[in-house]
Design a protein around this ligand. Sequence first.
Ligand code: ADP
Ligand code: MG
Length: 707
Amino acid sequence: MRPGAPLTRLFAPRAVAVVGASRDPDKVGYRVVENLLKGGFEGAIYPINPTATEILGRRVYPSLSDIGAPVDLAVIVLPAPRVLPALETCAAQGIGAAIVISAGFKEVGGKGAELEAALKKRVRELGIRVLGPNCLGLIVTDAKLNATFAKDMPPSGGIAFVSQSGALCTAALDWAVGLGIGFSALVSVGNKADLSEAEIIEVLADDPKTRVIVGYLEAVEDGQRFLAVVEKASRKKPVVFFKAGTTEGGARAASSHTGALAGADRAYEAAFKQAGVIRARSLHELFDFARVFASLPLPRGNRIAIVTNAGGPGIVAADACEGGALQLAALSESTVTALKRVLPSTASLHNPVDVIGDATAERYQAALEAVVADPGVDGVLALATPQAMTNLEKFAHAVVEVGSGARKPVLAVFMAEASLKEANRILLRGGIPDFPFPDEAVKALDAMVRHAAGRGRAPLPDRLPADRAGVAILVKRAFDRGVITLGEAEAREVIAAYGFRGPKSVRASSASEASDAAGRIGYPVVLKIVSPQILHKSDVGGVRVGLASKEAIHEAYAQMVARAETAAPHARIEGVLVQEQVTGGREVILGMARDPQFGPLLMFGLGGIYVEALKDVTFRIAPLARAEAEAMIREVRAFPILQGVRGEAPADVAALVEDILRLSQLVTDFPEIAEIDINPLFVKPEGEGTVALDARIRLARNGDPSS
Ligand code: ADP
Ligand code: MG
């Protein structure tokens, strides 16, 4: 840690007290003292226990006030009810940070939850920073600080691991110790009564020893804060998260398509994308990604070469590269010439390069060297299978020889088990991550390429011109009337103030008024029912398109009102909207629903009535950068339809990007907008813009979706 960095007293303390130190080797209070000693902590260690005099050869102090020397950090291992009084004493003694290992708080509910609430409140007043409660503790290898009750201390290295689960910290430690993989820090955040992962990540982002931040998340409290911190961190170094509990729980108040589709996992997915976080899909991946980021240089591009001593695995690896961010490199002519010199005539000189089963380590190495030297190659997979002639140990040395000095990532895939043990050790010592199967290595490389490509993301766009005051009046008027849901006419007024274009539209309360309006608008027109109680107009026969004459309007008006009265007998029908009929475009949906953690979750996707059936939608959190708006459009499966298929003119994607940014600004400016659907948003051909054909808004006071 840099001196003067925030949380220095936690991450680089000069003296540590253990409150609740114990003489009993089966107790956590003993293990913490033992770990501090075994870890080689160079500052003073003060075990505190009113009844003991010596623990592990160390003098024991009856209380914190008996130490008589400055202490930076207290590790507290007391029963839950005694923790807060101990923190009071810490603060009184000028101890700036504490790790509360004790359990029995929020996680047990009832009294425990009350204790935690009290602790949370008091800690803020005292100004002492607290990690936990209910955590494993903290390891900082550089500071030789092992303030945990874990079994082992990992070797020093580039991985910082932040976890909401203490048990997972122990597993990570065992993995690290077993494989000899180095950590810079291991932070068990526990119940996060005071310090959240966001603050920890902020520190680790600036820690020169940390090359990759790896996290296990269960839930995030302040989503927007988290997003801001992680976004900044991921510009400095890779941030990889595994998010647990991705199944949906709890009912959501949703009267919109967006609300129905916007679950918690969609919000995390969006947040991770926007913050540049690499999402691991399993714990296995989490550790795989951690290893490659910690030990290899980042690729400059996505062109991958494969060198193998067997054809089959080469093809498997090449196939695995499909569909992600990777691309198979085309080897340069000089590389092919170099390969020709060192390989037999039966070898494949093109990517994947097959050196043939009888290859010696020398031949394998020569091929690797040629491929790694090719400037058109950004990353290399060194594949090997144990064939009769293969000496895997020598192969491992060859990969280390070429890979460890390379300025691009070289990953080993040695598809073996029995004959692998020693080769494994050679690769590990040489700093080359190895994998038993090609697809795992490809996924890790893919993560590296995505991270490398995503750095330096765009800043938020400037404010768009918008009539904010106008919307404020509309919102106030609705609240004054006790109206929560705005139908098409009113909702469109709101979005029009933020620059959304609508079709020409006139309200009419009789058939003849409607046909007069149609005369002014121009035939054909669309007729839509207007009723505060009817939200989905088509469902009650409340939308008629293609009305080309006065007679057609009269007939449609009568029928529409009659059908609506039957289908929704309690609805107050206020008349109809007569609308210009818009043609020649694609229907998309743009919407927003509020997520309890992350706030305004924007949705874009293929629109119309099949939205919920097809679920071809994607999400981001507002406010968002222009590049993210563009990415949303490219992400949906229907994107080719917007680009135009079979001679169709491409749709006005640029206008769509503007619309996403407009909506982003609207919902950022007005937390009172709980949900919004613009469906369909009609996207005309390039240069002709978009038209919002329908809109619906649900309001909530103070932006609280449940109010
Ligand atoms: P609903 O309340 O049922 O969602 P909409 O206003 O979205 O009603 O209309 C339903 C469908 O009718 C739209 O998806 C669109 O295909 C078509 N539509 C509505 N308004 C127009 C219009 N002005 N021009 C052309 N088609 C329209
Ligand atoms: Mg609609």
